[in-house]
Design a protein around this ligand. Structure first.
Ligand SMILES: [Zn+2]
Length: 200
């Protein structure tokens, strides 16, 4: 049996979501049609509102609903400190640590020339301009440790050096409460290289 055109279109639409294959998409579509018509209308309205209303912050490229995101608008944050992250989800992760009171710059990806992601796609020209404004004292690199993450980190390092801004990188290594025997070799090697003096 084939789906009717509207149902088919609905199922197809759900498959654009990460991790959703045809079977899950069909289950979602049926669930909404069978007993969630109001939820479905709410979902459609929320999707429309977000797709039209969520923009990127002019200063840090994180998601924002005004010109500037809440972090860039907050006068209590330290503008001399900027943490470079790959995605808005990484901003949330750092915010949840409640340790950080600086600003961010969100790349929305990592350098990957083969996929057509170059410095411009990551807004690195915007970052360069910000570095040259002279307000930033320290860049904290919190990009990933994949090949793309490393390439991105080195590109940013060069930009910062040219602007005379110091660069630090978040420590990588053994997770809290983690057992050493389950940590992979590359992570452990990184943790050893990043070791610090130990005191009580
Ligand atoms: Zn911002």
């Amino acid at each position: 049996m084939k789906h009717t055109p509207l149902v088919e279109k609905l199922i197809q639409s759900f498959t654009c979501l990460p991790g959703v294959g045809p079977r899950s998409a069909q289950r979602m579509a049926y669930a909404l049609l069978e007993r969630g018509r109001d939820d479905g209308r709410g979902l459609a309205a929320a999707l429309n509102a977000a797709m039209d209303g969520v923009k990127q912050c002019r200063r840090c490229r994180n998601y924002a609903e005004q010109e500037l995101c809440p972090v860039c608008q907050d006068p209590r944050r330290d503008p001399g400190l900027v943490c470079i992250v790959a995605s808005p989800a990484d901003v949330l992760a750092v915010e949840q640590s409640a340790e950080y009171r600086g600003h961010y710059f969100v790349l929305m990806g990592e350098l990957s020339p083969l996929d057509g992601v170059g410095p411009r796609e990551l807004g690195l020209d915007v970052l360069e301009a910000r570095l040259n404004e002279g307000q930033i004292q320290e860049l904290i690199l919190a990009t990933g440790t994949t090949v793309e993450g490393e390439a991105t980190a080195h590109y940013v390092l060069d930009l910062a050096r040219e602007a005379g801004v110091s660069v630090t990188r978040i420590a990588q290594g053994v997770p809290m409460g983690g057992d050493l025997e389950f940590v992979d070799g590359a992570t452990l090697a990184q943790a050893l290289r990043g070791r610090r003096p130990f005191s009580s």
